[in-house]
Design a protein around this ligand. Structure first.
Ligand code: ZN
Length: 257
């Protein structure tokens, strides 16, 4: 965090693009590569990381030098090592922010940080999606229209199992009639989380200017304001002098040293 640029790491499982020709045609350098290219800006230092790399490309050194982590996963959630997931969670608690994309709602890291199952209804029919900006004053909505459309997307529908403290910025309506909380934020420790729904691998969603605008805004909003370990909670030395207590009480759970 010493330089003025925001250090962004775009993580992608990078499975569909290598297995399915239609997805590879849309994203020849992977979803991570497309996002890195399309989000490039002078104030961002962007790197990418993928599942197949050692430690999934998310070594402690990489995470320590990441301000904002983007996460796209779908087919290989279970292949993500639990130790790496815990490492990411710890970094979020200490101040790194994370932007979870689309099917990342079922990733280990999202479910861990969200605290509920993250489940939802879904349908793959290439239907029209209309996103409504319901919190236009939020920095992530800056310059984003009151509503915009994606001609073809996967449908995600409510109920979406997300945490009760989620602050919703975007709601989607789908051609089939469902609605969905498509963009929301959570605070987890010192880190911020933003979930953004669009981004099914079969469609060119990550070339859409409004989608890119939201992600670009989210990265700037998520720039950490504080990066440090949360302090230990034992505080044996009070600020004020404690009055003598006239009763005896047991000290269950207190470790004497
Ligand atoms: Zn999808």
């Amino acid at each position: 965090m010493s330089n003025s640029k925001i250090n962004v790491t775009i993580w992608n499982e990078f499975v569909h693009e290598q297995k399915e020709p239609s997805v590879k045609a849309l994203y020849p350098v992977g979803i991570h590569g497309a996002l890195a290219k399309n989000l490039a800006a002078p104030d961002l230092e962007i790197r990418t990381a993928t599942l197949a790399e050692p430690e999934h490309g998310l070594t402690q050194a990489v995470l320590d030098n990441t301000d904002v982590l983007l996460w796209w996963g779908h087919a290989a959630h279970d292949k993500v090592d639990d130790a790496i997931v815990q490492r990411v969670q710890q970094r979020v608690w200490n101040g790194m922010s994370i932007i979870v994309l689309h099917s990342g709602h079922m990733s280990k890291i999202f479910r861990l940080l969200n605290g509920t199952s993250g489940k939802l209804h879904w349908r793959e029919a290439g239907e029209r999606e209309r996103l409504w900006t319901i919190d236009p004053a939020h920095p992530i909505a800056a310059g984003v229209p009151e509503h915009f459309e994606l001609p073809n997307e996967e449908m995600y529908g409510e109920p979406f199992m997300i945490a009760g403290d989620a602050k919703v910025i975007f709601i989607s309506w789908f051609e089939g009639g469902e609605v969905f909380r498509s963009g929301f934020t959570l605070q987890r420790g010192y880190g911020r989380l933003f979930y953004f729904r669009p981004g099914h691998e079969a469609f060119p969603t990550y070339y859409d200017p409004n989608v890119l605008k939201v992600l670009a805004n989210a990265i700037r909003w998520a720039k950490p304001t504080l990066s440090m370990p949360y302090p230990k909670t034992h505080a044996p030395d009070p600020l004020e002098k404690l009055s003598p207590k006239t009763f005896e009480f047991s000290k269950v759970g207190i470790i004497k040293s």
